[in-house]
Design a protein around this ligand. Structure first.
Ligand SMILES: Cc1cc2nc3c(=O)[nH]c(=O)nc-3n(C[C@H](O)[C@H](O)[C@H](O)COP(=O)(O)OP(=O)(O)OC[C@H]3O[C@@H](n4cnc5c(N)ncnc54)[C@H](O)[C@@H]3O)c2cc1C
Ligand SMILES: *[C@@H]1O[C@H](CO)[C@@H](O)[C@H](O)[C@H]1NC(C)=O
Ligand SMILES: *[C@@H]1O[C@H](CO)[C@@H](O)[C@H](O)[C@H]1NC(C)=O
Ligand SMILES: *[C@@H]1O[C@H](CO)[C@@H](O)[C@H](O)[C@H]1NC(C)=O
Length: 428
């Protein structure tokens, strides 16, 4: 067996949508000429926000986020291409994800029944509502995020990507020229607390795709760096129930009740017979340690259950008499990777900026350290596009979209300085 030269090894820290979609695009581009290794702290890929999100793919961005429309459309179209390829070759994408275009709806309380027939059967409708099919913009699709995780993990494995789970990256070794040489990992549950099992992976490039944990890890790895990834905590508590209506392709849908109750509240039915809901954001919840889950607020989960009782059509399977015993199948709390600017970072870190000094030998500033982070409320939507652009950047090719809005370092940069970036509102 030939040993892969570290020249050709690329390490991804984080196996959420961002790490996996970048690895997928990179592996498609280079085949077996490179060796891609994904290191994920949880015992499974797609465990954090990537699997516990609503599942909307949309880019009707407004206000401060209009700058993201270009990236949003680019990414939306790439997802649509996967769906098209799926119909042609049955690669399992639609089957696993339940991908359904034009499936996001909003309830308008003061109405006369316009568009009611657009609503899926699992919503208990009222003739005094109108239904807005552009609530998330003119271009939407729904997926089951768990299915997206299964699909993209399989694509990566089929392309030869190696995935290590239950493993946390704790250190990066740089050369005197500030270029990455290796990462150090700790495997959980081995070696005991006083003697953790450490491994070193030699590599030529490393990508920080650690979701909300990225800013903290960056600071730990590069304590002298003048770049400060500025972020806000932005958690979402969620719950899910069994869908009382029979599951068909048409029941995969998103329905927002935000305009009825005056704050974020959304239901999403999946291709696997469940209905998922998430309520208002929690902007104070502390981020749990790497590889750990956090519990939701019990009072918010109770609220979500009450809303579900009110608006889900529990009579669908003539279960009306038993609906008061409504059972929550599961609930949890997920953290959005929210940058203060509201924009993601899709960038290499210039080598001088890793330590606040030093220069790469060739004067190119190429450190081999990349950051793909900060997709906030839209990581599923933007993941495929960001992943493809990141793979072009890492391959030293011209990117399909100009990335200057998303670039770290240099005087033009919007990111990483200590200056007063204004927070951007997410979707309601
Ligand atoms: C309630 C809710 C609803 C949402 N709805 C939508 C939606 O409808 N549409 C949409 O587009 N987006 C939505 N989002 C946003 C979307 O979920 C996120 O933007 C996206 O999942 C972020 O992906 P990620 O890969 O950056 O992060 P994550 O999914 O958090 O993945 C990062 C991974 O990195 C790992 N990691 C961290 N540190 C280390 C380390 N040191 N070593 C090894 N591994 C490490 C973590 O364990 C984690 O698995 C929603 C989010 C929430 C919370
Ligand atoms: C259905 O998907 C949800 C998440 O979308 C998941 O939590 C649940 O375990 C899945 N259920 C089944 C029966 O596959
Ligand atoms: C946010 O979460 C914290 C910690 O779980 C909780 O104490 C607080 O009440 C929550 N805030 C909101 C607005 O739900
Ligand atoms: C190298 O990075 C530094 C710090 O970000 C920047 O000021 C400089 O312009 C960069 N040089 C090149 C050649 O990109």
């Amino acid at each position: 067996m030939t040993k892969t030269h570290s020249q050709n090894v690329i390490v991804f820290i984080g196996g959420g949508i961002i790490g996996l979609s970048t690895a997928y695009n990179l592996a498609k581009r280079h085949g077996t000429h490179i060796k891609i290794k994904i290191v994920e702290a949880f015992g499974k890929t797609f465990t954090a926000a990537s699997s516990t999100c609503t599942g909307c793919i949309n880019y009707g961005f407004t206000r401060d986020l209009v700058q993201l429309i270009g990236l949003g459309k680019y990414s939306f179209d790439l997802w649509a291409e996967e769906a098209q390829r799926s119909t042609a070759s049955s690669n399992g994408f639609i089957q696993l994800t339940g991908y359904r275009p034009r499936s996001c709806f909003g309830i308008e309380p003061e109405g006369n029944g316009q568009g009611l027939d657009l609503l899926p059967d699992w919503v208990r409708r009222s003739s005094s509502w109108n239904v807005d099919d552009q609530v998330l913009g003119a271009h939407t699709a729904m997926v089951n995020p768990i299915g997206v995780g299964e699909w993209i993990t399989k694509q990566c494995l089929d392309l030869g990507v190696e995935i290590q789970t239950g493993v946390q990256v704790v250190d990066i070794t740089l050369s005197p020229e500030n270029q990455v040489q290796a990462v150090t990992c700790v495997k959980k549950g081995t070696g005991g607390e006083n003697c953790p099992s450490l491994t070193r992976i030699k590599c030529k490039q490393v990508v920080l795709a650690c979701g909300p944990w990225t800013p903290t890890l960056y600071r730990t790895l590069f304590p002298l760096s003048p770049i400060h990834l500025q972020w806000n905590t932005d958690a979402g508590d969620w719950a899910e129930w069994e869908n009382p209506c029979p599951t068909t392709q048409l029941t995969t849908a998103f329905v927002s009740f935000a305009h009825i109750i005056g704050e974020k509240l959304e239901f999403a039915a999946r291709n696997n017979g469940t209905i998922w809901a998430c309520g208002r954001r929690n902007l104070t919840a502390p981020l749990p340690p790497t590889g750990q889950m956090d519990k939701p607020d019990p009072s918010l989960i109770q609220e979500l259950n009450d809303r579900a009782l009110e608006w889900i059509n529990w009579g669908c399977r003539c279960k009306e008499t038993t609906h008061r015993q409504l059972q929550i199948l599961s609930s949890g709390r997920a953290f959005r990777p929210a940058s203060k600017t509201g924009l993601p970072i899709i960038s290499e870190v210039p080598s001088p900026d890793l330590t606040g000094g030093g220069c790469s030998g060739d004067g190119s500033n190429q450190s081999g350290v990349f950051v793909c982070w900060g997709h906030g409320s839209y990581g599923l939507t933007l993941g495929m596009g960001s992943g493809k652009l990141m793979s072009q950047l890492m391959s030293r090719e011209k990117t399909d979209i100009d990335l200057s809005l998303f670039t770290l370092g240099g005087s033009q940069s919007l990111h990483g300085d200590d200056g007063g970036n204004t927070g951007a509102p997410g979707k309601l």
